[in-house]
Design a protein around this ligand. Structure first.
Ligand code: SF4
Length: 474
């Protein structure tokens, strides 16, 4: 049960069903439910919002098969850091990147092959191989080797493979893009805002980072198709004052989705936090304004999506998990994601390897040539397990947002020193709480155009396909 203010209280079940109650109704429910109207009592019982815990064993099983189905899949996202080298020197960079000409910062062929062995030890059918860096395009030969190696190991088609690559797009030549098109490698790049802001925050040697990325988006679209390239910003203090401007930059580039990510507290970025950082309250104020603007554009018929809201709405309205590994319980670290670093070490998440790059070695699971089961049974995984299950974390266990939220033991280990952390002082929790409140306020207000947009985002539909906004509690 969580108080949303304005005489509204949110209650939810393990199954993710919810109801928005008045304070009087919430008090009556806490007192045993006798003070509720018979209709309300039956309504809550039908949605599993009364006397659920432990009383309906089938419900637990149903939760495991829907919201927690990822438990049976093992790691599905496999990140290959093929090189740490990069020609950008982004102010907020999350890793201590290496200079373009530096030696000793590329993955060896032997480690790439060993990591592929780990990928195919994962039990799940749907596997994503993601290339990151540094700038992975500087070692596109390794990218080719890994893609072709994965495909040849999957000759029987037992796995559904998906490939993604995070790149500035500056170094992808025509032959590289043709390879991406042939093997359906989805590209993701960074656009931090208009050219002046982007070039200031993401300097490259020729000081033309924005122009070259925009040119790369055009070339990639021509080779791979309109929807094969996504972009996302890192929201720094400089972007905070102009949420409309950031959204308009994406619209002008023909980008139909934007993932409003705050600047990371990890790795190298911690050193520049004073310049680029801000409070969670400031981020939430920015986010609320940006979301209002996006909803207005959407209501006017423009196809545009805020990615994180769509993930949270999928968790709130759909019986299934979104697949987003950074927000689930048990946490995705190791159980949903494996990172194979350029130096042959394996990590449970990208954030863990970023923390390791700045000297914090507690997160390494072992080497890529160890079996996946050994990596998952490593001391680092046992250490992180203490904070991996949100249902067992004090405060989360009583929070009505719990079915839609997740645990992030790596974040809390980095920021608080231990994987459980303290939710009362957790910026992760403060941000999650704030974002859920923003979304539930919109749901409670019930503007039909907003609900139509939310429904489209939650169920991955074109807004024009949504005939009604569905059932919404009032
Ligand atoms: S992290 Fe915060 S918002 Fe998420 S379930 Fe825990 S207490 Fe609730």
């Amino acid at each position: 049960m969580t108080d949303l203010g304005r005489d509204r209280v949110l209650i939810s079940s393990d199954f993710g069903d919810y109801a928005l109650l008045s304070r009087d109704e919430a008090d009556a429910l806490q007192a045993g439910g006798q003070g509720l109207s018979p209709t309300r009592r039956m309504d809550l019982a039908a949605r599993g919002l009364t006397n659920v815990s432990g009383a309906v064993p089938d419900l637990d099983e149903a939760v495991r098969r829907t919201r927690k189905a990822f438990l049976l899949e093992g790691p599905t996202l496999h990140i290959f850091v093929v090189t740490l080298r990069c020609d950008h020197s982004c102010h907020y960079c999350q890793v201590s990147r290496a200079a373009v000409g530096a030696a000793g910062f590329d993955m060896s062929l032997a480690d790439a092959d060993a990591a592929l062995d780990r990928v195919f030890e994962a039990p799940g059918r749907d596997l994503t191989i993601e290339f990151q860096g540094g700038e992975p395009a500087l070692r596109f030969d390794l990218v080719r080797h890994i893609v072709l190696g994965a495909k040849s190991r999957n000759a029987d088609g037992a796995k559904a493979l998906r490939f993604t690559m995070v790149s500035t797009l500056h170094h992808l030549g025509e032959a590289d893009l043709a390879f991406c098109a042939e093997h359906e490698i989805q590209l993701s790049t960074s656009i931090d805002g208009a050219s002046a802001l982007h070039d200031h925050q993401r300097p490259n040697p020729s000081r033309d980072a924005w122009a070259r990325t925009v040119e790369g988006i055009g070339r990639a679209r021509a080779a791979l198709g309109e929807h094969a390239v996504a972009a996302l910003p890192t929201v720094t203090r400089a972007a905070l004052n102009d949420p409309h401007g950031l959204v308009d930059t994406y619209r002008a580039l023909g980008l139909r989705s934007i993932f409003l990510r705050p600047v990371s507290p990890y790795g190298f970025a911690r050193k520049t936090a004073r310049v680029h950082g801000y409070s969670t309250a400031e981020f939430l104020a920015f986010y609320a304004q940006a979301l209002d603007y996006i909803l207005k554009l959407s209501a006017a018929g423009e196809a545009i999506e805020e990615v994180y809201a769509a993930i949270l709405l999928r968790h709130i309205w759909s019986p299934f998990h979104s697949g987003y590994v950074d927000l689930r319980s048990p946490a995705g670290a190791g159980l949903g994601v494996m990172v194979y670093n350029y130096d042959g070490l394996a990590y449970p998440s990208d954030e863990a390897r970023m923390a390791a790059e700045t000297g914090d070695k507690r997160f390494a699971l072992g080497r890529v040539d160890q079996p996946l089961d050994d990596l998952l049974a490593s001391p680092a995984m046992s250490w992180l397990a203490a904070g991996a299950v949100a249902e067992a974390i004090p405060s989360c266990d009583r929070c009505a947002f719990l079915p839609y939220c997740g645990a992030d033991p790596v974040h809390h280990a980095v920021v608080h020193g231990d994987p459980v952390g303290d939710r009362a002082a957790s910026d992760f929790c403060e941000r999650q709480t704030g974002l859920f409140r923003i979304l539930f306020e919109h749901i409670d207000k019930g503007d039909p155009e907003t609900l139509r947009t939310f429904t489209a985002w939650a169920f991955r539909k074109d807004r024009r396909e949504v005939r009604t906004s569905g059932f919404v509690e009032r």
